[in-house]
Design a binder for this molecule. Structure first.
Ligand code: BDR
Ligand code: CA
Length: 309
């Protein structure tokens, strides 16, 4: 199985990313780290522990990371994920603990102890990953690739041209995209092909398990905010797409391209400038996800939820 570290800001779709990453037999989830994004760090960390508790994931260390972006003020996405960051279900007190180490310390320890290079899967702002690369540059050789959810080849969801994770911490995104490590970007152009349709909700409900019920409640809340704000009849479930790409690369078609991160723009800070036609003179530095096999993706996601019983 491919060893992975998942870096999240749960977040409804991050919650599903956790469930998929732990359940898929082709993945070996070594650690979960949290970052401020959809909500404050404390709320996102509590939410990661909540999801692990509901799913019975008690053998994966969870560590808290950065509480704010590298240089900017934190902006959250309460409009999409609610005040808790994971509005919808009623959660009890989590029994899964948080590790004593910080996110970057846990990542460093896991990376240096593991016998083969590890894939990092960030599905929030890239603050923790940038801090890891800066603080412990020696771990680079233990990272096989970075497969992230963020950015877009087209229009944005936070400003007209920028996606949320990139907008929150453009400086961190710049560090990651210029790191020289293999980077795969699963942006909005592909994650908007992963829609939690009514049919998906029916299939989840039919599983009949407590975890499936929690997922339905999560997706129902999340669907309401997407309906109200974007007029979408089914919400895009962004973050598990990055996980799915690692589990089964054939599900997500990618093309190589130069990707630059805009940091100056008055209206465009955090834009992923995807240079398909080589206008900038920069070489390829990322694989850009273009198409998702949506049906097998949902089979994967639903089977993952089912597997917890
Ligand atoms: C990204 O922003 C967050 O709200 C989601 O969790 C996802 O990671 C989509 O733009
Ligand atoms: Ca996220």
């Amino acid at each position: 199985a491919t060893p992975v570290i998942l870096d999240v800001d749960p977040g409804h779709d991050d919650a599903l990313a956790i469930l998929l990453a732990r359940a898929d037999p082709r993945l070996d989830l070594l650690a979960i780290t949290t970052v401020a994004g959809n909500q404050t760090l404390d709320k996102c960390t509590l939410n990661a522990r909540r999801i692990c508790t509901v799913a019975g994931i008690d053998d994966v260390p969870v560590a808290a990371g950065a509480s704010s972006p590298l240089v900017r003020e934190l902006r959250t996405a309460a409009d999409v994920h609610g005040e808790s960051g994971l509005d919808g279900p009623a959660f009890g007190t989590p029994t899964v603990d948080v590790d004593d180490r910080s996110a970057v310390e846990l990542m460093r320890d896991v990376l240096s102890a593991h016998h083969e290079p590890v894939t990092l899967v960030p599905t929030g702002p890239l603050t923790n990953i940038a801090l890891l690369l800066r603080t412990f540059p020696q771990v680079r050789e233990s990272i096989s690739e970075i497969v992230l959810m963020g950015g877009t080849t087209g229009r944005g969801n936070t400003t007209p041209y920028t996606e949320f994770n990139m907008t929150v911490d453009p400086e961190a995104a710049d560090v990651v995209f210029r790191s020289g490590l293999p980077v795969t970007m699963a942006g909005l152009n592909v994650t908007h092909q992963a829609l939690a349709t009514d049919e998906v909700l029916v299939r989840l409900r039919e599983l009949g398990t407590p975890l499936a019920r929690t997922c339905v409640e999560l997706l129902t809340f999340y669907g309401t905010t997407y309906q109200e704000q974007w007029g979408l009849s089914a919400p895009p479930v962004h973050d598990p797409v990055a996980v799915a790409r690692v589990a089964d690369p054939s599900l997500v078609r990618c093309v190589e391209a130069p990707v630059l991160i805009e940091r100056q723009g008055e209206h465009t800070a955090g834009a992923t400038v995807v240079d398909f036609h080589y206008r900038t003179g920069h070489p390829d530095n990322a694989r850009v996800a273009m198409d998702l096999e949506a049906e097998p993706f949902w089979d994967l996601m639903i089977n993952a939820v089912h597997s917890y019983g």
